[in-house]
Design a protein around this ligand. Structure first.
Ligand SMILES: Cc1ncc(COP(=O)(O)O)c(C=O)c1O
Length: 409
């Protein structure tokens, strides 16, 4: 693979602004906050153009190499990433009197979720640093992506999941050779296990936002979306928010894209969607707080957004406020109903987290928080096929006469 220029200059503490050197492994800053990668944006502006990107047909998000921190192509770990489609859902839009509704379907990525973006970056960076063992807590999709990319990189991986994580994810993680554990707790309990065992087990902690490069991968959702819409961002983005990396990453992407002259200063409103059974960000947003109190007794069928406390809470809340957006919670019944409705209306199989964004959009539309003329993008972050579905299919007994008239009943 050819080499690309890399414009990463340093990392910066997201709370204090303190600088840290690039090209060495990092966890959190000394202040215990996430580190963000910073670039020489003036040089990036000279080094890459929209036209040049347009000529790159292959490579999925790796097409944006100059905007990413991986310096050497030899370290790129790829499983054949694709540009995920922006699927118009006109029947769903017109049902609620809206002009246009789009779904960014991240389920098409390797391992069936957007976690491929972040973990491809984290594992590629780890490979460059010579890391041999990575560990993380996961509600399923992230663990599956870590296991797959780590397998390809020849890195050992260890994944700790809540014990009700969808079975398919757990098996997928094991299939890729990771050590997978089921824990009788939630993702924050799993995270504490990783922190506690890291030194003893020689693990590099790849937890969301404790590791600085996953967010750089997630940021490519924002770049890709902008490019797909001819560098004009939508009016609003509804995003299923757990740890918030996607939201924070896209907000970072938009700032960088503006600095390099790819987009103007117009930004979409960011809408953080959470489940009513676990909505720490929504509560903090409603109370006008900068940080979110951890949510007790978290429960929802949308396991990917069952995150009681996010280390990047202040960054999520800041991005929502700066964008003029809002945070909204939807209950499990609305999620299940939205999932079924989208499948029947549009043939699109959403994951429960993605369905939560559809339910939230409908609620926001009814409440006048978004207008019917607004161009809205919903994020479906994983394939609906990775989740349990209700049993279906009527039986036919070939030993008896077939009663076709009864089929329609
Ligand atoms: C399908 C799905 N949607 C949304 C999320 C939340 O993503 P983020 O951590 O970017 O908030 C997750 C995280 O596990 C997920 O698996």
């Amino acid at each position: 693979m050819r080499e690309f220029e890399c414009f990463a200059t340093h990392l910066e503490c997201s709370a204090t602004g303190l600088r840290y050197p690039a090209d060495v492994p990092h966890g959190l800053s000394d202040a215990g906050k996430p580190l963000l990668v910073r670039y020489d944006l003036a040089a990036m502006r000279r080094g890459i153009s929209r036209e040049e990107l347009g000529r790159r047909a292959q490579g999925g998000f790796w097409r944006y190499r100059e905007m990413l921190p991986v310096r050497h192509s030899a370290n790129v770990i790829s499983l054949g990433e694709v540009v995920t489609p922006l699927v118009a859902v006109p029947a769903a839009a017109s049902r609620y009197g809206a002009r246009q509704l789009l779904v960014k379907d991240e389920g098409r990525l390797p391992t069936g979720s957007f976690k491929a973006r972040g973990l491809a970056l984290a594992v590629s960076m780890a490979k460059g640093f010579g890391v041999q063992r990575m560990a993380m807590p996961s509600n399923g999709n992230a663990g599956a992506a870590l296991a797959a990319y780590a397998a390809r990189a020849g890195i050992e991986s260890w994944v700790f999941c809540p014990d009700d994580t969808p079975e398919i994810n757990v098996r997928e993680i094991a299939q890729a050779g990771a050590h997978v554990f089921l824990v009788n707790g939630l993702i924050d309990d799993c995270g504490r296990l990783v922190s506690a065992g890291a030194a003893k087990m020689g693990w590099f902690d790849a937890s969301t936002l404790r590791e600085p490069y996953r967010i750089e991968g997630k940021k490519t959702m924002g770049i890709e979306l902008a490019e797909q819409l001819d560098w004009k961002l939508p009016d609003a983005i509804f995003y299923p928010t757990g740890g918030g990396t996607g939201l924070i990453g896209m907000w970072k992407a938009f700032a960088e894209l503006e600095a390099i002259g790819f987009i103007d200063c117009r930004r979409p409103r960011l809408v953080a969607v959470q489940a009513a059974g676990c909505a720490p960000i929504v509560r903090a947003w409603q109370q006008g707080r900068d940080h979110a109190e951890p949510w007790r007794d978290a429960h929802t069928i949308a396991t990917g957004i069952r995150v009681p406390g996010a280390i990047g809470d202040f960054l999520i809340l800041r991005a929502i406020r700066e964008s003029g957006g809002f945070a909204i919670a939807v209950d499990d019944e609305a999620i299940a109903q939205a999932l079924a409705e989208m499948a029947r209306l549009e043939g699109l199989s959403l994951c429960p987290e993605g369905a939560a964004t559809y339910a939230a959009w409908r609620m926001s539309l009814a409440a006048g928080q978004v207008g019917p003329e607004e161009r809205v993008v919903l994020f479906n972050c994983a394939s609906g096929l990775k989740y349990p579905m209700p049993p279906a299919g009527r039986r036919i007994d070939l030993r008896r006469p077939v009663d076709f008239a009864a089929f329609a009943q």
